[in-house]
Design a protein around this ligand. Structure first.
Ligand code: GTP
Ligand code: MG
Length: 202
């Protein structure tokens, strides 16, 4: 991996609750998307080699902001709020969809979005919400990579089944890559960085 980013120079720029708070810096953005509790914040910490820069939720579905992490002044990693948490009150679900929707549709700098990392559960495959998101990404021509998360939990049989299921899933067809990832073992970390770097010309 040819890494030109200083990962020690990473910080949370802003937890944005409104689209007008999204930063306007002319640097590429890579967004993490997936349902609540799928492991977005953990993946971000794993990428950055940090224990707890992004808050990992004990209580899923608490984060209803778009969190912009600035990496070495060259890249924003964008932690989108998790969707599909059933116990979340209706008004929160509405805020989630408005805000995440706002990231894609009310974002002055959407042209800076280079890649979406779509996280899916390898045991169950894409949920209805995941499929909606994947279809949206395809319709808008947004490059996306699929990360199957928490792979440390899979035994060999489950892994094989997940590979068969994900690689033939119509919603995933069109992904740049399917990466089997674990924030615990760091499996997939280099592959994901390579994909990010390639799309951001870093
Ligand atoms: P929201 O912020 O609610 O949308 O959740 P999130 O997608 O950011 O998930 P988060 O990273 O907070 O992780 C949710 C739970 O899964 C935590 O208890 C993590 O410790 C656990 N987890 C995340 N990644 C992994 C992984 O790779 N392996 C294992 N075994 N557990 C993980
Ligand atoms: Mg999170």
């Amino acid at each position: 991996m040819n890494m030109k980013l200083n990962l020690n120079n990473a910080s949370l720029r802003i937890s944005a609750g409104l689209p007008k708070q999204f930063p306007a810096d002319a640097i590429p953005q890579v967004a993490l998307s997936g349902r609540s509790n799928i492991g977005k914040s953990s993946l971000l910490n794993c990428l950055l080699g940090r224990k707890s820069l992004a808050r990992v939720s004990g209580q899923p579905g608490k984060t209803i902001t778009v969190n912009f992490y600035e990496i070495d002044k060259k890249l924003f990693l964008v932690d989108l709020p998790g969707y599909g948490f059933a116990k979340r009150p209706k008004e929160d679900q509405l805020r989630w969809s408005n805000l995440t929707d706002g990231y894609f549709t009310k974002n002055r700098n959407i042209d800076l979005l280079r890649l979406v990392v779509q996280l899916v559960d390898p045991r169950i495959g894409p949920t209805k919400d995941d499929v909606d998101m994947l279809n949206y990404l395809k319709e808008t021509g947004t490059p996306f990579v699929v990360c199957a998360t928490k792979c440390d939990k899979l035994n060999a049989t489950e892994r094989k089944a997940a590979q068969t299921h994900l690689s033939s899933h119509p919603a995933i067809d069109g992904a740049e890559e399917i990466i089997y990832f674990s924030s615990k073992t760091k499996e997939g970390r280099d592959a994901l960085w390579n994909c990010i770097i390639a799309h951001c010309n870093i």
